[in-house]
Each structure stands twice: as C-alpha cells, then as structure tokens.
Design a protein around this ligand. Structure first.
Ligand code: KIV
Ligand code: ZN
Length: 400
C-alpha cells in the first residue's frame, strides 16, 4: 500500500469561506483535533491576511508538534516573510506559496506577463527556500493554464527549491479523466519532477472534487489537499472524510493508505459544525445525519437481515452514532415490529398487522413519527406504565 499524505486546509481554504471564520481559540482546538485525527500537514492559515490569522498560525505552530504546520503566502516577498515568521517555531514548518498561471488570471487579476510570472516564481520560491527547507508551490488555476507554460513554471519552482508541487483546480472546472491525465502528463513532462511530491487540490463547483482527487491519486499524486466537511471557497474543497473512506472502502481498487484514524471523523465533523455557521447537509456522505439512516421498508428489512445489504461501511468505522431505521410512511412491518421490541413490546402477528395499518394511516399525515405516536397506536391495556414514562423523547423522530 502506498502512503498518501493528507494535507488539511480546513483552517485556511475552509476558514476563508463564507460563514466559516473561526477565532484563535477555535482554530487551536480544531488543530488539536486534526492532530489526533492523524493528518500529516495542517495548513493553519494565511498569515499576511490579518493579525488574527498570523497569531493563530503562530500559536498552532508552537503547540502542535506531530503534523507539519504550513502557512500560505502569495508569491510575494513580504507574504513569505510573514508566513515564515508565523511558522518558524513549528517542529516541521512549511511555507506554501502560490502564483496564478492561467492567462485569464495573469491578464486580468495579476496584470503580469508569463515571463514575469516565471521570474516571480524563481525569486520568491528561492526566498522561501532560504527560510524554510519545506516549500510547497501551487500554480493557481492550474487546470485552466497552458500546459507547456505550466510545465515551465513547475520546473522553475523545483529548481528554486520547492519540494511539493500542488496542482489546484481552483475553480472546480476539471473532469476526473482530464485531471488524471493532467497529473500523469505533468509527472512525465516536468523534467525534475522526481525531486518533488505531486499534490492535488480540488474545488467542488461541479460536485467533482472527490472524483478528481481520486483520479489525481491514481495518476501519481501522493499528497491530497482537503477539508473537514468539505468547507472551502464557493462550493468547497474535497472533503477529507470522503476521500479517506473512498480509499478505505475500495481498497480492492485503490491500494493506498493514510494515517487517518477514521473512527474520529464524525466527531471532527461535529466539532467543526459547532464552530462555524453550518453543519454538513443531512445527505452528506460519511458524516451527514442520514448517511446511515434508512426509511424505506425494503431497505429496513434488508438492514435488519444483514446491514451489508445497504451499508458499505459501518457507522462505527467513522465514529457515527449508529444505523437509524427511521419510521415513516415508507417503513415496513419489520422495522415497526423491531422498534416496538426495542421499546419493550413483543407484538404477535395479529397485533403487528393491526398496528401497522394504523401506523401507515398516521405516517401519511405526519412527517415525523415519535415514540409517543407508536405508544398511542397500541390498545390502552397494552401500554405499560414503565413504557409510558419512557416515552419522553419528544424532540426527535423515532430511530433505532
Ligand atoms: O484553490 C486554490 O487555487 C488555492 C491555492 C491557494 C492553493 O487554494
Ligand atoms: Zn483552494
């Protein structure tokens, strides 16, 4: 199994997106979680952006000892000095510098020529290297850049001392086969590529960030950049939990390993959700509230027979609370009977038949069915005082 470096940018690309800003204490707490989770590199922030960001990166660099701590810098001398000042106390500091290489960015945003971009790359990567042995370079908007020019910039960055070359799909434009081919061709055409690690950084504007990331790995990338819950600019970055679980679940096809302790994924997701202004959507893979929930009768029956029928990973493997059989109008008799049994009622076949009919009538009218509703469907003489007292979970729909 080949080892994939997990570079987490929750605290930089994630944090810079709407509704995701965190204060220094939250960033530090999250950095501790990322450390416990087993990420290899924490991109802690963009020190030139604000005094607060500088302080957070500096604090993380001083406290977090196992993972590498990276700071982002534009390809500008002042940014690099600021990034270095923030990470210099880290056990294993990294400066990550970037410069756009697509014509659209060069012409309209940076207003510099390709030749100037090359010169800036050489100068600023050399400066970063003189400060820090571990330098990463990203040609921003790489997937919309001219291929030959991209190769030239990357060769220059390696000559100047970059040891990781990250290929951002900055605007989430590329397609999996196309991105895989780009990574493979760069590995072939960039002369000195053997001196650097190839990295992928994919945005999710077309919902392809994970697919593109996996295609990049298969084509030779050995570092992936990702965030918890996929937070990041616009539609977000590739979600760490999805990439890690895709490789774990499909180890038959993708023989790569990471240092991630997958049982901590759900807790990390929840912790982040509590710090920013939104959580993962319910149907979010791996960590969403419905990722292990089943409402349809056929699925519930399958799950009760053998969870492998409808779950390709266990909730325990990612630290999620457990499989939920949500009762509603699509549920079947098996799930209803199982829930009654959990509540202490063993229904005989006639009772199941009778209760199920009344349950479906009710479920047609109500979105959420609660334990009290189930209780109310039983004949009064069947409701025990103990069970009635236990029927207090008014806040949540029935799950088992
Ligand atoms: O998406 C992007 O291009 C970036 C770079 C700074 C790496 O986040
Ligand atoms: Zn990005």
């Amino acid at each position: 199994m080949e080892r994939i470096t997990i570079f987490d940018t929750t605290l930089r690309d994630g944090e810079q997106s709407p509704g995701c800003s965190m204060n220094i204490h939250e960033k530090l707490q999250m950095a501790r979680t990322l450390d416990a989770l087993g990420v290899d590199v924490i991109e802690a922030g963009f020190p030139i952006a604000s005094q607060g960001d500088f302080a957070a990166v500096e604090q993380i660099a001083r406290e977090i000892r196992r993972p590498k701590v990276a700071a982002l810098a534009r390809c500008i001398r002042e940014d690099v000095e600021r990034a270095w000042a923030a990470v210099r106390d880290a056990e294993r500091p990294r400066i990550h510098t970037f410069l756009a290489t697509s014509d659209i960015h060069l012409e309209f945003k940076l207003k510099i020529s390709r030749a100037e971009a090359l010169q800036q790359t050489r100068e600023v990567v050399s400066l970063a290297k003189s400060r820090c042995d571990d330098v990463e370079f990203s040609p921003e908007d790489a997937t919309r850049s001219d291929f030959d020019f991209l190769c030239e910039v990357l060769e220059t960055a390696i000559e100047a001392g970059a040891t990781t070359l990250n290929i951002p799909d900055t605007v989430g434009y590329t397609l999996p086969a196309e991105y895989g081919a780009l990574i493979a061709n760069l590995c072939k055409k960039v002369g000195n590529i053997d001196k650097a690690v190839m990295s992928v950084h994919c945005h999710d504007d077309l919902g392809l960030a994970v697919a593109n990331t996996l295609a990049g790995i298969e084509a030779g990338a050995r570092q992936v950049e990702c965030t918890i819950n996929g937070i990041g600019e616009r539609a977000g970055n590739a979600p760490l939990e999805e990439i890690v679980m895709a490789m774990r679940v499909r180890a038959d096809r993708m023989q790569y390993q990471t240092g991630i302790e997958s049982k901590l994924l759900y807790a990390a997701s929840q912790q982040l959700a509590g710090m920013i202004s939104f959580g993962p959507q319910p149907n979010k893979p791996v960590v969403g509230a419905n990722a292990f929930a089943h409402a349809a009768g056929i699925h519930q029956h399958g799950m009760l027979s053998n969870p492998l029928c409808y779950e390709i990973m266990t909730p325990e493997s990612v630290g999620a609370p457990g499989t939920k059989l949500v009762l509603g109008k699509h549920s079947g008799r098996h799930a209803l009977q199982a829930r009654y049994a959990e509540l202490g009622y063993r229904l005989n076949p006639a009772e199941v038949k009778e209760t199920y009919t009344r349950f479906i009538e009710l479920a047609d009218r109500k979105k959420n069915i609660y334990d009290q509703d189930l209780l109310s469907l039983l004949p009064i003489e069947r409701r025990s005082a103990r069970a009635s007292a236990a029927m207090t979970n008014v806040g949540a729909p029935i799950v088992s």
